[in-house]
Design a protein around this ligand. Structure first.
Ligand SMILES: *[C@@H]1O[C@H](CO)[C@@H](O)[C@H](O)[C@H]1NC(C)=O
Ligand SMILES: *[C@@H]1O[C@H](CO)[C@@H](O)[C@H](O)[C@H]1NC(C)=O
Ligand SMILES: *[C@@H]1O[C@H](CO)[C@@H](O)[C@H](O)[C@H]1NC(C)=O
Ligand SMILES: *[C@@H]1O[C@H](CO)[C@@H](O)[C@H](O)[C@H]1NC(C)=O
Length: 816
């Protein structure tokens, strides 16, 4: 009996480890190094740890279930204990103390009031609280770690001020991975209650402002409008007599998201735990771009991403020092063209700007009960008031903010609808017109963030000497929409291997389903390879401008942190090669369909070469880059290697020959010359493959050493052209028209693969030839790559090696 109890005890010991998990201690208990508190549902753990490569012992809170050490709060940030003698307890004064070698205090709370019955408890929110139990159930926190933030903002934490108690919750970055002691990057809210300034969220580097979010307008911060969809968390700003704080809460508790201040990158990173990858991913970060740097353009200037220069003066203003301004140091800012006289206030008026982040509100005065009209009158009556705006834009707008002195840290925010009214002397308003003039600042919608991250501009902001203008050209509308990383993570089940469709030019492709049910294909740039960023940029810029029913449609893209993703319409029937080279599927693809596919590809290519404004050479046409929609319509995809040929240029040259062996024309492989005729060559190869059901890259003729093109040409010379037709099609019934189409396709295919580029037809001729019975076709010359063994006689040794090595592999890229 006794011994069985002993075994149960041993078993429990083995199961639960040294200490049974508890979530709290009372004044008689303590936690020594090695022991921990675990919150009720096991979300967080509190105890001793050593960060990174540090040997020092710190006391803190971390995520228990996350396998990567994720410390969210540290008590003794700058005072590590250098042995394992640390002891944490509630002392006789009711304070929490951390002792070293049983005597020196390393860290402690400083409560003014002593608790009667205190208890230190770790909650599932990550909050470590000191509670007093009064009359059994009514509990109040005497102290809580959430009021003393470190570098991590957990859901439910507050960033900002308690105006009643007069304390401010500021976040500060760790110095580095090994040292939780505060670096010089801090994040918090600035508000001057006496001056009634409107609060704003800032990031400081040392004493200097580094980034500013922009005043809260009821829907979002004016520097980052809320139009962006967010599936991870709700955020809110509470502003009343007692408190001003920013907070956020998760929409789905199992999708963990935190905000972390990072000293290395000088950013606030929004991190999301991605279970499938067992890692944190950056979902979002600020500052995001050049214009996010505080005050880049000085007073009364504003920043435009993609602008040349990035800084412009507000209308009615000019650079304070022209020389310095044009040396791209904009910090001196802008001054008025005409000084305000302010003698007769009725001579002044306001210019309305839309699409700007509101100026720094440190120099503001706010009144929540005024309306816009009262706000204007108030601003007009004080000569130093330079601008005003609604403080809340919900329900048509309410409240008033007025700015005094220079307007600081303004930038364009394309999708912002908020209006800012800037004071102007009568002379700047024009004599005859109304006193208020609307100036709308619009940049390319949505695409802008993509563009800036790519570091170059798709959309050209045509800002002339008149620096703000209403722009709404067609160019803007064609830009791809930008998806949020989380949308994609959600749609693809976290890039699960189950959803992997294959491998594109620069990374894996996943299938996904958006919340509205639309199916998508997501191309993910391989992070590890470090390659392909150029191809990615290329694809975005090119395909965003292309629209044709035989080209795959880009729905949008997503660039966040290291992730670079392209989102396409999903093609349920995958790629052409999966059909024609597959024994079973090939039977399903009758001649009629094949002919339609050939004609469809030809039209798509014709569009690229001639009809689109850009004159595009695809450079990597092959059957695996032709996708099929649910009606088996072909769509050309994968523009990663495509090149535009400006103007009348018909030929280009490159030192880096990339493409797929078997589809590349000889002049391209050996001399790096590409032109529309090299695409025609690839097209011809595909036509022969579609007709024959054989891969040009792994063709194994029964006799000789003929390649697929050589074989086709030989059959034609011998009058046995029909023998090239796929065996799956030979048995089925064909009428005369079918047979003529087959012969015509092979004939056109052979014209396209002729050795000399000049002999090959253009795509416009190809389209005509394919569709006309009466057209008499010229006889094709001997194709390139007639025989496998012919290469040595013609081409330099080095090229030969490349050819032989890559033969037989359909996605082998040749680098020169
Ligand atoms: C630490 O102090 C407590 C009482 O103050 C004592 O009970 C305990 O034995 C001491 N531990 C060590 C390691 O000295
Ligand atoms: C800061 O961010 C960079 C880039 O995302 C990351 O590599 C680094 O580990 C982060 N540092 C800390 C201390 O979290
Ligand atoms: C929360 O996310 C998990 C994991 O993605 C999912 O399984 C669950 O259905 C979600 N719950 C809700 C309420 O959306
Ligand atoms: C104008 O407003 C500023 C800032 O609120 C204030 O200091 C100043 O006294 C006002 N001037 C007048 C004439 O009301």
């Amino acid at each position: 009996m006794f011994s069985s109890l002993f075994y149960i005890a041993v078993l429990l010991f083995l199961l639960y480890g040294v200490s049974l998990a508890v979530d709290s201690i009372n004044p008689l208990q303590s936690i020594s190094d090695g022991e921990t508190l675990v919150s009720k549902e096991g979300v967080f753990e509190f105890g001793f740890f050593s960060p990174g490569n540090s040997k020092g012992r710190y006391v803190g809170v971390w995520y228990k279930k996350i396998p990567v050490q994720t410390v969210v709060w540290v008590a003794n940030r700058c005072n590590p204990i250098n042995d394992s003698s640390g002891l944490l307890m509630i002392n006789s004064t009711g304070n929490i103390v951390l002792l070293y070698q049983n005597k020196s205090v390393v860290w402690s709370t400083s409560l003014s009031k002593q608790a009667q019955k205190a208890k230190l408890e770790l909650l599932d929110s990550g909050n470590l609280v000191l509670k007093e139990e009064k009359n059994g159930n009514s509990e109040a926190y005497l102290w809580q770690s959430f009021d003393y933030p470190c570098n991590t903002m957990l859901p439910g934490m507050k960033l900002g001020r308690d105006l009643r108690k007069g304390f401010n919750r500021l976040f500060s970055a760790w110095r580095n991975w090994d040292d939780p002691c505060p670096g010089d990057l801090t994040w918090g809210i600035e508000i001057d209650v006496q001056q009634h300034t409107f609060p704003d969220i800032y990031m400081w580097k040392g004493e200097e402002k580094h980034h500013r979010a922009g005043p809260w307008n009821g829907l979002g911060t004016s520097g980052m409008p809320v139009s962006r969809p967010n599936y991870l968390y709700d955020f809110d700003v509470i502003y009343d007599e007692d408190e001003f704080y920013y907070t956020f809460n998760l929409k789905n508790k199992s999708l963990i998201t935190v905000a972390v201040l990072n000293q290395t990158t000088l950013t606030v990173q929004r991190l999301t735990w991605v279970e499938a990858e067992k890692n944190w991913k950056i979902y979002f970060f600020v500052p995001t771009d050049q214009c996010d740097n505080y005050g880049l353009c000085g007073g009364n200037g504003y920043c435009v991403i993609g602008g040349n220069p990035a800084c412009q003066c507000l209308k009615g203003y000019k650079p304070r020092s022209v020389e310095i301004w044009y040396s791209t140091d904009w910090s001196e800012g802008c001054e008025r063209n005409t000084p305000l006289e302010c003698k007769d206030k009725h001579n002044d008026g306001f210019v309305k700007f839309v699409g700007l982040k509101l100026p720094d509100s440190s120099y503001s005065c706010a009144n929540k009960s005024m309306n816009l009209k009262e706000c204007r009158a108030e601003c007009l009556s004080n000569c130093s008031c330079m601008a005003y705006a609604n403080s809340d834009i919900r329900d048509g707008g309410s409240g008033c903010i007025m700015w005094f002195g220079d307007l600081m840290d303004i930038r364009k925010v394309a999708s912002s609808k908020q209006a800012l009214y800037v004071r102007m002397p009568a002379s700047e308003l024009g004599n005859s017109g109304p006193k208020e003039r609307a100036v709308i600042v619009v940049t390319c919608i949505g695409g802008v963030s993509v563009v800036l991250l790519l570091g170059y501009s798709i959309c050209k902001t045509k800002a002339k000497e008149q620096n703000i203008r209403i722009s709404h050209s067609e160019e803007d509308l064609e830009l791809p929409m930008s998806f949020h990383l989380y949308t994609i993570i959600n749609a693809t089940d976290n890039f699960s291997t189950r959803n992997k469709l294959g491998h594109g030019g620069f990374g894996p492709v996943y299938r996904g389903r958006l919340e509205d049910g639309q199916e998508i294909a997501v191309k993910r740039l391989s992070i590890s390879s470090g390659q392909g960023i150029d191809e990615f940029k290329n694809e975005v810029t090119l395909i965003a401008k292309l629209q044709h029913r035989n080209l795959v449609k880009l729905l949008g893209c997503c660039i966040q942190g290291e992730e670079k993703l392209l989102v396409y319409e999903y093609m349920p029937n995958k790629s052409l090669d999966s059909f024609i080279f597959d024994q079973n599927s090939a039977k399903l693809l009758g001649w009629c369909k094949r002919f339609q596919i050939i004609c469809g590809i030809a039209r798509g290519l014709l569009y690229l070469h001639h009809d689109s404004r850009l004159r595009i050479i695809h450079r990597d046409l092959k059957t695996s880059n032709v996708l099929l929609d649910n009606e088996m319509n072909p769509k050309i995809s994968d523009f990663g290697l495509a090149r535009t040929l400006g103007g009348d240029l018909i030929e280009g040259n490159t030192k880096r020959v990339v493409g797929t062996y078997g589809y590349m024309s000889p002049e391209y492989v050996y001399n790096g010359q590409f032109s529309v005729k090299s695409d025609v060559f690839s097209f011809g190869t595909m036509v022969l493959e579609i007709v024959s059901g054989k891969r040009s890259t792994s063709f194994s003729p029964q006799n000789d050493n003929l390649t697929l093109t050589g074989h086709a040409w030989t059959l034609m010379q011998q009058g046995r052209t029909m023998e090239l037709l796929d065996a799956h099609l030979r048995d089925s019934h064909h009428d005369l028209q079918d047979l003529q189409e087959v012969l015509r396709c092979i004939h056109v295919g052979l014209l396209c693969v002729q050795h000399r580029a000049a002999d090959r037809p253009s795509m416009s001729s190809v389209v005509v030839m394919l569709n006309s019975d009466s057209h008499v076709l010229p006889y094709p010359n001997r194709p390139a790559y007639f025989m496998e063994i012919e290469a040595p006689q013609r081409y330099p040794e080095s090229s030969l090696k490349l050819c032989i090595r890559s033969r037989g592999s359909i996605s082998n890229h040749i680098y020169n």
